[in-house]
Design a protein around this ligand. Structure first.
Ligand SMILES: Cc1cc2nc3c(=O)[nH]c(=O)nc-3n(C[C@H](O)[C@H](O)[C@H](O)COP(=O)(O)OP(=O)(O)OC[C@H]3O[C@@H](n4cnc5c(N)ncnc54)[C@H](O)[C@@H]3O)c2cc1C
Length: 509
């Protein structure tokens, strides 16, 4: 049967379970934040209700965004006439919500070479840099380097040999620990896949702890990545070099992050990664449009108070909005939103990642080599206090002397320093991202239900891991929680549960 039709029929079969919302207007939902979390919750609310006449329909959704654009930490930057991802750049092949969103919205998926994949050069061209060519920099030397890429005219056989040699180089340095690392990531990804199970077997969760315990991931938030990997049998060399390089690139932090955040970070060096052609922000923009939610741009919410039957959201412009449910879809850690009555959210520090885009050329002297062409396309770094950046990667190679680079660092890179690292600089763009939580095992989680009534917080899940997909997964759970609570159903039991063949249904969303 046609999948969308099957989907609609299955939802119709389920909806008699949901009591009618009554003769009054259906509850309105206000969402603070138009990143992937806010856009996804709107999408799932609409998708999981509004199917049967007289049934619960949560389609009165208003999304407030303080900026003039949708997408939050999914954003692009234009430098030297070319546009690149400035925030979230890669999506894992098993991130099923993101994949479904992209195909639902007709967005093209662009394959991205993994940051540290020896096979990545297969499709590289002269202008797209070879990300399989990476080096581990200790502030003075490259302690490890893969081979420079073969020329674009080399034969397939030569490329295969090159790929094999790179794998052998990695194996010679890190040995069987590489396989143990792969197993660790695979097991974590498999557990995460449980969040795509059908409603019948997947409860609605009221706390992040319950959500993680159910999928057997909670333990990984209690111990550091370093401890987890040592227990998994990884060598100290692999942990202090390759693993550290990856966590510094993906979370700007070292192996003292939690095992779960670490596994998610390591999954970011798997093969098969992709992004949305034209920018990942289109996932959020597309969902907002698809859902027909009312979007208020340049509308910063600075207070949320509960009147006894509805929430009043006030904006910095002096506007007020009333809604029966409110979803906070942004980290509260560095915001000044006041809540009345107050809400209790544990202190959480955000890791700031300074992203500096430079069009120019790296300075070979800084890296102790004779020519910039000897510097790998991706320079990762180990955890040493004097290294001023986490990574430098080539985004585009215009010629041997003219490239666009992305530099991640934990502190701003002043001009004086850039003058040392780069021999020429035509253009520089700096972004200071309040990027993701500063992970510290054992993690403490904020509530999902902030006030026990209808005030929900998606980004409590970010203390487990911060990605496009984890935001979507957390948002889907919040949508189900809202539906359960408006339907008067117990939230810990499946709420829209009489649907059969749930896996098909879910993947069709
Ligand atoms: C540099 C960087 C690299 C990353 N790389 C990746 C990656 O490769 N892959 C990946 O999957 N993830 C990556 N991430 C993480 C990913 O971007 C986030 O986990 C995800 O985008 C979070 O989405 P969100 O909707 O929860 O929050 P956000 O995207 O932060 O959205 C929150 C929105 O709320 C708005 N807002 C805040 N306060 C208010 C207010 N008071 N009123 C109204 N609006 C408000 C904000 O302006 C923002 O638009 C990266 C993040 C950064 C910063």
């Amino acid at each position: 049967m046609d999948q969308p039709l099957l989907h609609a029929l299955l939802l119709l079969a389920a909806l008699p379970l949901l009591p009618a919302a009554g003769a009054l207007a259906p509850p309105g939902v206000c969402v603070v934040g138009s990143g992937i979390g806010g856009a996804s919750v709107a999408y799932f609310l609409k998708q999981y209700t509004c199917v049967e006449k007289g049934g619960l329909c949560l389609d009165d959704i208003r999304i407030f965004e303080r900026r003039g654009r949708v997408g939050g930490r999914m954003a692009t930057v234009t430098i030297g006439g070319d546009t690149f991802e400035a925030g979230a750049s890669i999506i894992h092949p098993k991130n099923l919500h993101a994949r479904r969103f992209a195909s639902l919205l007709g967005l093209n998926q662009k394959t991205k070479a993994s940051k540290l994949d020896p096979k990545a050069n297969a499709s590289s061209s002269s202008s797209s840099p070879d990300s399989s060519w990476f080096g581990v920099w200790d502030g003075e030397h490259f302690v490890f380097k893969t081979l420079p890429p073969p020329s674009s005219s080399s034969s397939t056989i030569y490329r295969k040999i090159h790929e094999l040699l790179n794998s052998l180089l990695l194996f010679r340095r890190y040995g069987f620990s590489l396989l143990r690392m792969e197993r660790f990531v695979k097991t974590t990804v498999e557990r995460f896949l449980l969040y795509y199970q059908g409603f019948e077997s997947r409860p609605v969760f009221e706390t992040v702890e319950d959500m993680l315990k159910w999928s057997n991931l909670y333990g990984l938030t209690r111990r550091t990545l370093q401890v987890e990997l040592a227990d998994a049998g990884l060598s100290p060399l692999l942990i202090s070099e390759l693993v550290t390089v990856i966590t510094r690139i993906n979370y700007g932090q070292n192996v003292s992050i939690s095992g779960l955040a670490g596994a998610v970070s390591l999954a970011g060096s798997d093969s098969g990664l992709w992004s949305v052609d034209g920018g990942n922000w289109q996932l959020a923009a597309g969902l907002v449009k698809y859902t027909n939610a009312t979007l208020y741009l340049h509308e910063e919410i600075d207070s949320v108070s509960y009147s006894g039957s509805y929430y009043v959201l006030n904006s910095t412009k002096g506007n007020s909005y009333n809604c029966e449910a409110t979803v906070i879809a942004t980290p509260l850690d560095e915001l000044n939103i006041t809540f009345d009555p107050p809400v209790l959210v544990p202190n959480r520090r955000l890791q700031h990642t300074f992203t500096t885009f430079v069009r120019g050329l790296l300075n070979p002297n800084y890296f102790g080599v004779n020519s910039a062409s000897e510097i790998p396309s991706l320079v990762g770094t180990v955890e040493l206090p004097d290294i001023p950046f986490s990574s430098i990667s080539v985004l585009k190679k215009y010629s041997e002397e003219d490239m666009t680079y992305k530099v991640f660092s934990r502190a701003p890179l002043e001009d004086v320093l850039l003058d040392q690292i780069f021999s020429t600089r035509k253009e520089v763009i700096r972004i200071n991202w309040p990027a993701y939580p500063h992970y510290e095992a054992p993690e403490v989680f904020a509530p999902i239900l902030l006030d026990g009534i209808h005030l929900y917080y998606i980004n409590s899940f970010e203390s487990a891991a911060s990605t496009i997909e984890t935001s979507a997964v957390a948002a889907e759970n919040v949508a189900r929680l809202i539906i359960s609570r408006f339907s008067g159903l117990s939230s810990t039991t499946p709420s829209i549960s009489s649907i059969s063949d749930q896996d098909n249904l879910h993947f069709d969303l």
